[in-house]
Design a protein around this ligand. Structure first.
Ligand SMILES: [Fe+2]
Length: 329
């Protein structure tokens, strides 16, 4: 299982550093951020490439010669890295020298950087547009012949952060939608945009509420249950999401038996796209490690969902999900 960037963040006296995959830095590109590396575990970080310098074939060759697959960037360069990735993702995904597994890892890392920005400033149109670029590339990659779900599942983080959860739910949702016969790229992109931003309303919650130990007060529940509507309000300010995506953000906690929120919708009032994202959302919540909650294996999670959520979830879609996961993870 690949670790996430957030897990590997390194604090030093020189600042905070984030690891980046060397293959995400493209030959002859001119990154606007500096790249560092650590010669060995007990040594300090060394500047490898100055910002605004061409990443040459020679620079790449030296890395390969020394079997270095990871470089570091500073915290203040994170936004620049995120923009760089969104710009070069196409190039990475079309690189025949990279394996599908490596592409999946870089795609996942790029998505993390971009989604973190989106969640920090959800009303910034530029952030949402970058998120949409990543979604578009993800859909294209997942629809290509070379794509194998297994590789992406190996990359998926088992630790909960809002941004990793958002990306995991997006990957599961695209895969489940395709498995269920939705093949139109524009529709898949809308489903993916909605999945990526389904919990964006949580950014308006008090920071400690999500991780509170024990029972929530009725006031806290009220706040928590308002996150779908808050999410739609945030996104309407940017004006760059379509109807399917907004519907997903608003309805992802609705249940087929009418016991969900915010509008207690029932059966056919809930669109198939919302139902897809709901399954993906619950599955990822159960299978990732959270504060005060141990993660379940995928087998345990699917069993629990089948046994206790029969009236809440679309069972036809759920069966597709079970077959798709094939008992992995
Ligand atoms: Fe949610």
């Amino acid at each position: 299982m690949a670790t996430t960037e957030a897990e590997q963040v390194v604090e030093t006296s020189g600042g905070t550093y984030f690891p980046v995959h060397t293959d995400s830095i493209r030959l002859d590109s001119v990154p606007s951020f500096a790249l560092y590396f650590q010669p060995s575990v007990d040594q300090p970080y060394v500047l490898y490439c100055e910002r605004k310098t061409t990443f040459t074939r020679e620079a790449k060759r030296r890395l390969q010669q020394n079997k270095i697959t990871q470089l570091l960037i500073t915290k203040k360069d994170r936004a620049a890295y995120s923009r760089y990735l969104a710009e070069h993702l196409n190039d990475v995904l079309e690189d025949a020298r990279l394996t599908v597994r490596e592409k999946s890892t870089i795609l996942y890392d790029s998505a993390q950087a971009v989604v973190e920005d989106v969640l920090k400033e959800p009303t910034q149109r530029a952030n949402i547009e970058r998120g949409k670029v990543v979604v578009q590339r993800t859909v294209e990659f997942m629809r290509s012949k070379e794509f194998m779900l297994e590789h992406l599942l190996r990359t998926i983080s088992c630790d909960y952060y809002l941004y990793t959860h958002s990306i995991n739910v997006t990957a599961y949702s695209i895969a489940l939608a395709m498995r269920s016969g939705y093949i139109d790229p524009a529709t898949l992109r809308e489903v993916a945009n909605g999945a990526l931003l389904h919990d964006v309303g949580e950014t308006t919650l008090p920071p400690d509420l999500k991780n509170k130990e024990g029972q929530l007060t009725s006031e806290e529940w009220k706040l928590m249950r308002a996150h779908p509507e808050e999410g739609v309000k945030l996104l309407q300010k940017t004006g760059c999401l379509g109807e399917i995506a907004q519907d997903i953000v608003l309805c992802h906690h609705e249940k087929l038996n009418g016991h969900g929120y915010p509008n207690k919708l029932k059966g056919d009032q809930i669109s198939p796209f919302v139902r897809i994202v709901t399954i993906a959302d619950i599955f990822d919540a159960l299978t990732t490690e959270r504060f005060h909650q141990k993660r379940m294996s995928s087998f345990e999670a699917l069993k629990l969902m089948r046994e206790t959520m029969r009236d809440e979830l679309d069972m036809d879609l759920f069966r597709n999900f079970v077959t798709m996961m094939g008992g992995k993870r």
